[in-house]
Design a protein around this ligand. Structure first.
Ligand SMILES: Cc1cc2nc3c(=O)[nH]c(=O)nc-3n(C[C@H](O)[C@H](O)[C@H](O)COP(=O)(O)O)c2cc1C
Length: 179
């Protein structure tokens, strides 16, 4: 007779029905910092980011309705996505820390330049960045889904990727990509 699954799962220290956060942590993602310029300029670490369409060029990111970033993107009507490199783990932690200063002062601690299309801060040393105009805001429960029309892109100077998996940071060697 087959052993009942909950017994073996419990022996491995796993609950029979893990929560959504626990399950989603098994999906490895890159790490981005979303930024917006203007009067409510702000930056926030986010891994809920995806490409949506090539023609027209669309991406999406999901932002908690309670986050300062939410107000900031709506107010700017645009945002930038900074794809972090392996060396930028500290930046990821910084832009996820509620104690960072408000407004443009939070960018004093980092190197950046203003995006030509949106004015959103583009961080130095990233793998790549995208500037987006806000195309649509969709309801996503306690988050909003921001659909962005991509208006500018660039490859940055970073080589190795920062990955978030299992609630921890990992690094992917950029040189291994060619294999
Ligand atoms: C690796 C990582 C990924 C995150 N991804 C998201 C995300 O996709 N959406 C979101 O709303 N918050 C995300 N967060 C949490 C926010 O970065 C954090 O709550 C932040 O302090 C909110 O900033 P704000 O309220 O100043 O805008 C993530 C945090 C980390 C460390």
């Amino acid at each position: 007779m087959l052993k009942r699954l909950p017994t073996s799962a419990a022996r491995r220290g796993l609950s029979a029905q893990p929560g959504l956060r626990q399950v989603m942590s098994q999906f490895a993602t890159g790490v981005t910092v979303l930024t917006a310029g203007g009067d409510d300029a702000h930056g926030m670490t986010a891994n809920a980011f995806s490409s949506v369409s090539l023609e027209p060029p669309l991406v999406l990111c999901c932002v908690a309705k309670a986050a300062r970033m939410h107000t900031s993107i709506v107010s700017a009507d645009s945002f930038a996505v900074n794809i972090l490199s392996a060396e930028q783990q500290d930046l990821s932690k910084y832009f996820a820390d509620w104690r960072r200063p408000d407004g443009m002062a939070q960018f004093d601690a980092v190197g950046w330049s203003a995006g030509a299309k949106t004015g959103a801060p583009l961080l130095d040393g990233t793998l790549a960045w995208l500037e987006c105009e806000l195309a649509q805001v969709l309801d996503g429960g306690d988050h909003s889904i921001f659909l962005g029309r991509v208006v500018a892109t660039s490859r940055g100077s970073g080589e190795d990727a920062l990955v978030f998996y299992g609630g921890k940071y990992h690094e992917v060697d950029g040189r291994a990509r060619a294999a």
